[in-house]
Design a protein around this ligand. Structure first.
Ligand SMILES: Nc1ncnc2c1ncn2[C@@H]1O[C@H](COP(=O)(O)OP(=O)(O)OP(=O)(O)O)[C@@H](O)[C@H]1O
Ligand SMILES: [Mg+2]
Length: 509
C-alpha cells in the first residue's frame, strides 16, 4: 500500500505505517532509530545530512545546520542564513521529509501517500506551509492531521479504545519539543470526535532547556565575566548539555552541566527541585490552558474518563504530578509518547485512502468505517470597518465542528466594480489587528455592468483538516465568481515548483 504517517516534530520526527491488519507500526530510520532529530546540515557540495549526524555537526559548524525549523513555519524565511543562504522553512522541512520518506521506502517499498501531522493550534498559514513542505519533498500528501487527534486515534484503534465498552471522553495533553496542545476527544467504537482544542505554538521542551542553559550561562558569566551564549559554538554545546541534563533530571535527583567557553570550564550542579522551581511558570501555563479548554467545553473533570500524555516532555515527572493534581486521576502513560502521533497519522492515511472512491485497493483491517470529526482551533472571520476601527467579524467560531462554512453578503462600493477584496482573519480578538491575517481573498470576474451596491455572497469554509477555502457568488446573476486567497507569506505554485526541483536534485542522507 505504501501509506505512511509522518510526525514532523520541532525536535524529533517519527514515521509509521500500517501492517496487513491495519494496525499502525513505527518504521525505524536507516540507523535503526525510531526517532530522527529534526536537524539539517547543508554540506559544501550541495548535499544534505539529516538527523543525529546533523546535530553532531552543529557543534563544529553551527552556521551550516538548521534546527527548530517548525517554529518558523508560516513565516517567509528561516530567520538566519544556513550555509550562507536564506531558506524558506518549507524547503528546510522538505529536506527532512525527503530523508524520512527515503528511509521508510527502504523498509516498506515505494511510498504512495502520506499524512503529515501538525500541532492542533497551527493556523491556516502554518498548515499550508506544512502541506507545501510535503509537496516540495515530492510526496503525495493525502492530508494533514492534528497531533493530539492523531495520538487519540492511535489510542482508539489500539487496545485501550477499541476494547472500551462505552464512549470515553479523553483529554490529550501533548507537550513536545516546541509546541503545546491540549485536546478533548470523545472516542466511540467507530466514531472519533474532537470536542475542543487549546494550545500554545511557542511552548515546548526547548523552553525548559533554555532555563537550564540560562542558569548555567549566568553562573559562568558571574565567574569569568563572559557569557557562553554570545559564541554560536559554545552556545550550541551549552544547549546540547542543557537538554541532556533535563532528560537525566527525569530519572535522577541531581545532575551537573559542564559549560566550556573561551578556554575555560565550569561545572554547575542542578537538583530536580531547583529545575522544577526555575520552570514552574512554564508548567503553570500548560495547566491554565488545560483548565481553560475544559471550561470552554462545559465539562467538569469528573466527566473526563482518561488523561493521555503525549510528547517527549511528558517524561518530566512534574508534568505527571501536575496533571494528576489538576484532573484528579492518574494520567495514562501506557502510550509510546514519542511514536503515537506518527502511528495515528498512519491510521488517518488508511482512513483517507479508504474514503477515496478512486482507490481500488481496500485499506487493511476495517479502517474504512471509522468516522472522524474535528473542530477548528481558531475562529475564522473577515475584516470589517466600523467607523474608524477595523474589526474581526467572526464567521465560524472556534471549536465549531468541521467541516464548517458561513456566508456573508458584501455590496460593491462603486459602479462597474469587477472585483471585491475580503480580508480573512483567524483569531479570537475583536480588533482585526490582533488577529492572524490568513490572506486576502479577491472575488474576481464579476460582470462589468454591476451598479454600485450590488450584492456578492462570500462563503468561507474550514475543511476537516483545518484548511480554509473561500467561494463567492455574484447574487445579481447567480453566477459563481472566482475567489482565491492570496496568502501574504505563502509560496506561490511557481515558487513551490522551483523549491521542489532544488530538493529533488539534492542528495540527502
Ligand atoms: N526523558 C525526558 N525527560 C525530559 N524531556 C524529555 C525526555 N525525553 C525527551 N524529552 C524532550 O521531549 C522533547 C521532544 O519531544 P517530542 O519528540 O514529542 O517533540 P517534537 O515532536 O519534536 O516537538 P513538537 O511536537 O512540539 O513539534 C524535547 O524537548 C526533549 O528534550
Ligand atoms: Mg510532536
Amino acid at each position: 500500500m505504501g501509506l505512511i504517517g509522518i510526525d514532523l516534530g520541532t525536535t524529533f520526527c517519527a514515521v509509521a505505517a500500517l501492517d496487513d491488519r491495519g494496525r499502525p507500526v513505527s518504521v525505524p530510520n536507516r540507523d535503526g532509530d525510531i526517532l530522527t532529530p529534526s536537524a539539517v546540515y547543508l554540506a559544501g557540495d550541495g548535499s544534505a545530512v539529516v538527523g543525529q549526524p546533523a546535530l553532531d555537526l552543529a557543534l563544529e559548524e553551527p552556521e551550516r545546520v538548521a534546527t527548530l525549523v517548525k517554529r518558523r513555519m508560516g513565516l517567509p524565511d528561516y530567520g538566519r542564513p544556513v550555509a550562507g543562504r536564506e531558506f524558506r522553512p518549507e524547503t528546510l522541512s522538505a529536506v527532512i521529509l525527503k530523508k524520512l520518506a527515503q528511509d521508510a521506502a527502504a523498509h516498506l517499498g515505494p511510498v504512495t501517500g502520506c499524512v503529515i501531522t501538525v500541532p492542533a493550534y497551527f493556523d491556516d498559514t502554518r498548515r499550508k506551509a506544512t502541506m507545501d513542505a510535503g509537496r516540495i519533498a515530492g510526496l503525495n500528501v493525502l492530508d494533514i492531521i492534528d497531533e493530539p487527534s492523531a495520538a487519540a486515534l492511535a489510542y482508539s484503534v489500539g487496545a485501550g479504545g477499541a476494547a472500551a465498552p462505552a464512549p470515553q471522553t479523553v483529554l490529550v495533553y501533548d507537550l513536545g519539543g516546541g509546541t503545546f496542545d491540549v485536546t478533548l476527544v470523545k472516542l466511540g467504537k467507530k466514531r472519533f470526535q474532537v470536542l475542543g482544542i487549546e494550545g500554545d505554538v511557542r511552548l515546548g521542551g526547548r523552553d525548559w532547556d533554555d532555563r537550564i542553559a540560562a542558569h548555567a550561562a549566568e553562573r559562568f558569566a558571574k565567574e569569568f565575566g563572559t557569557d557562553p551564549r554570545t559564541d554560536p559554538q559554545s552556545d550550541a554545546a551549552l544547549q546540547a548539555s542543557a537538554e541532556r541534563a533535563k532528560r537525566s533530571l527525569s530519572k535522577v535527583e541531581q545532575v551537573s552541566v559542564t559549560v566550556s567557553h573561551d578556554g575555560r570550564r565550569l561545572t554547575v550542579p542542578i537538583t530536580r527541585a531547583e529545575f522544577e522551581t526555575m520552570t514552574r511558570d512554564l508548567l503553570v501555563r500548560t495547566r491554565l490552558t488545560a483548565q481553560h479548554l475544559l471550561a470552554s467545553t462545559g465539562l467538569t473533570w469528573d466527566q473526563v474518563d482518561k488523561v493521555l500524555m503525549v510528547g517527549g516532555s511528558t517524561h518530566m515527572p512534574a508534568t505527571r504530578k501536575m496533571l494528576a493534581d489538576l484532573t484528579g486521576r492518574e494520567p495514562d502513560h501506557s502510550l509510546a509518547v514519542s511514536e503515537v502521533v506518527a502511528r495515528g497519522a498512519a491510521v488517518h492515511a488508511g482512513i483517507r485512502s479508504a474514503a477515496d472512491p478512486g482507490n481500488a485497493e481496500p485499506p487493511p483491517g476495517d479502517l474504512g468505517d471509522i468516522v472522524e470529526i474535528s473542530v477548528n482551533a481558531h475562529s475564522l472571520g473577515v475584516q470589517v470597518r466600523q467607523g474608524d476601527e477595523q474589526l474581526n467579524h467572526k464567521l465560524v467560531p472556534k471549536n465549531t465542528q468541521l467541516p464548517a462554512a458561513a456566508e456573508q453578503v458584501y455590496y460593491t462600493a462603486a459602479d462597474d466594480q469587477t472585483r471585491v477584496r475580503v480580508r480573512i482573519l483567524q483569531g479570537e480578538a475583536n480588533q482585526a489587528e490582533a488577529c492572524i491575517p490568513v490572506g486576502e481573498c479577491w472575488i474576481e470576474g464579476l460582470p462589468p455592468d454591476l451598479p454600485k451596491g450590488s450584492p456578492v455572497k462570500v462563503r468561507c469554509g474550514v475543511g476537516s483538516n483545518g484548511r480554509i477555502e473561500v467561494t463567492a457568488t455574484d447574487l445579481t446573476s447567480g453566477r459563481a465568481a472566482t475567489a482565491a486567497i492570496l496568502r501574504p507569506g505563502g509560496l506561490t505554485d511557481q515558487e513551490l515548483a522551483r523549491e521542489a526541483a532544488w530538493v529533488r536534485n539534492m542528495r540527502v542522507q
